[in-house]
Design a binder for this molecule. Sequence first.
Ligand code: BYC
Length: 328
Amino acid sequence: MYGGGNTFEGIKNDGLAEEDPGKLAAFEARIARGEKIEPSDWMPQLYRKQLIRMIEQHAHSEIIGALPEGTWITRAPGFKRKLALMAKVQDEVGHAQLLYSAAETLGKTREEMIHDLITGKSKYSNIFNYPAFTWADACFISWLVDAGAIVNQLANAKGSYGPYCRALERICAEESFHLKYGHHCVIFLAAGTAQQRAMFQEAINRWWAPMMHFFGPSDKISAHTQTLMKWKVKMSTNDDTRNQFLDMYVPKIWELGFTVPDPALKKNTDTGKWSYTEPDWEEFKRVINGDGPCNKERLEVRRVAEERGRWVREALRSEKMAYVEPLA
Ligand code: BYC
């Protein structure tokens, strides 16, 4: 099992003994009936901490996830692609705002969350710590990383915490446009020259391992799955979500004539489950703990943005703002 990570000095999935047994039973009965838990409702401390950890990490992933694709806005091939990519990146940052607001309902301020991100205390998705070298890498993110995110988010939108579920519903609606955009970009490369096809194949080869890691460690070693599924925060285990992604997207990759860099990858028709080479969980741990190819660069961009934006935040908070005359 993982040590519990950096947030809250490591969340241990116990401590329920300190909760009022009657309140805990009533809370769990509500979840079993499929009711939504709202911010002012009673909830166990562990549920609150786990939700803050997960929603905050999700928000950070959106805001950091805007960076690898964002670097391609100025170099996107053609005006239409530039416009679409700019809108997509803007959406991703908007998703972070929705998620930060959902996490704030649980009592952690946005300032604390941003502080924990830029000081490396909080995690964010492994996959955004890899460089997008080519336009095909940006296309891989728009199609397949977004696809993976949708599989996860559609399931969790049916979960138990109202503000997170409502944010996920809105996010999924926008993500479905991103998916269409990403797929269109990939079809264009697939139907293009040998060089364009080779470029996308290289992108698959580079991104496959991080993509397999994206769904989280295997169920055998996942630290939080059991607790989160019991309380319907997570609606599918890491392995099941990974399997659903493989089921939906590997056939589409193969249909386009591309290959996946895993000789062991195949669907077992009797069980409906995919077999694959076990991902390298040591590499995953290194990357999520700050030692991936781009971790330092990604956090530095956010740190500088935070510093440069300080005057705007201060100006907005300033009392003088109240006296600005509206434009006629
Ligand atoms: N990356 O017990 P486990 C997007 C950590 S953005 C980094 O299985 P859990 C997009 C985990 O936090 C959407 N860390 O954890 C944006 C834990 O460490 P701590 C991204 C990971 O929570 C822009 C430890 O490993 N989606 O798509 O039960 C442009 C043990 O793991 C990862 C979300 O954020 C990872 N991949 O399950 C384009 C979804 N996986 O906290 C696209 C929301 C695990 O104890 N999150 N860890 O230190 C989730 O659904 C769940 O948190 C996870 C992990 C399935 C990711």
